[in-house]
Design a protein around this ligand. Sequence first.
Ligand code: ATP
Ligand code: ZN
Length: 306
Amino acid sequence: MGEHDDEQLHASQRDALLAAGLLRPSGVDGVYGLSSELAGVVAGVDGLISAAGHDQGAERVDFPPVMAMSSIEATGYMQGFPHLLGVVRTFEGGQAEHRGLLDALDAGGDWGSKLSRTGLALCPAVCHPLYATLTGTLPPGGRRFDLCGYAFRHEPSSDPARLQAFRMHEYVFVGEEPGANAHRELWHARGAELLSSLGLEVTVDVANDPFFGRAGTALAALQLEEGLKHEILAPTSGATALTALASTNRHRDHFATVFEIMASDGAPAHSTCCGFGLERIALALVWRYGTSPRTWPHRVRTLLGR
Ligand code: ATP
Ligand code: ZN
């Protein structure tokens, strides 16, 4: 089966989810409302992930879904992923400029140029706002964080598991290099165990991010070669390509160098995050057990607190 078949299988699963009322259409691919049943599954999955991290002593921080554009610029996200980033703009003109905006709107022209930058971008991952808050020296053993929120990526698709706005629950470590490596091992194993406990047939693999352009191809190859990203995958439709339900990312000292975060030994800190995609896990469960969560196996419903 080729990519084209996969696309059709994704689209037919999207249509089934819309017909069952689990997803509500917005008119835009990858942006949906969730029914209360599906939202309940997402909440149950989130609770399980929280429970899996209870022993970590992780600090919970809630960031909004927007972050400082200056942080995005500093970390090189615009170099690597300009095609995924959402930037926030607004109107800052006076009466005359407003007239110009309305004229452009009426003419169906380019009104985007009438808006000004706000200094904000939509968070592309929920750990990205964290690092700018950590400038300084970390305690021995580093710090662990528990983050959950919305991420935005401009990757419209007929695949209902490839959303433009979605929730990630991440466990992040920032500190000495061995601690960062251990965090990856721990969460890769825990993530696979957690998802398997729900009856999902998971596969693990090394992966790369979709870096932009020709320079990006080399970066992606390097990322693969150095095993910096691992994914835990499962089916979310009849397509042959599996979907990443969770990923671990080792950033090495990338964020620490940008934001001057030192480990207790004075060296730039290393960071690692493990991100669970909440809607994707819920959709993998729907694919596995059907579109009526009330009829799912008792064991699964109990785990989800339903
Ligand atoms: P993919 O390879 O499918 O684009 P990813 O591995 O690059 O995803 P990360 O950037 O590591 O994703 O994000 C962490 C988690 O967030 C992923 O494992 C996935 O579960 C979820 N996620 C990523 N992109 C999306 C998306 N477009 N829609 C829904 N969930 C997503
Ligand atoms: Zn992250």
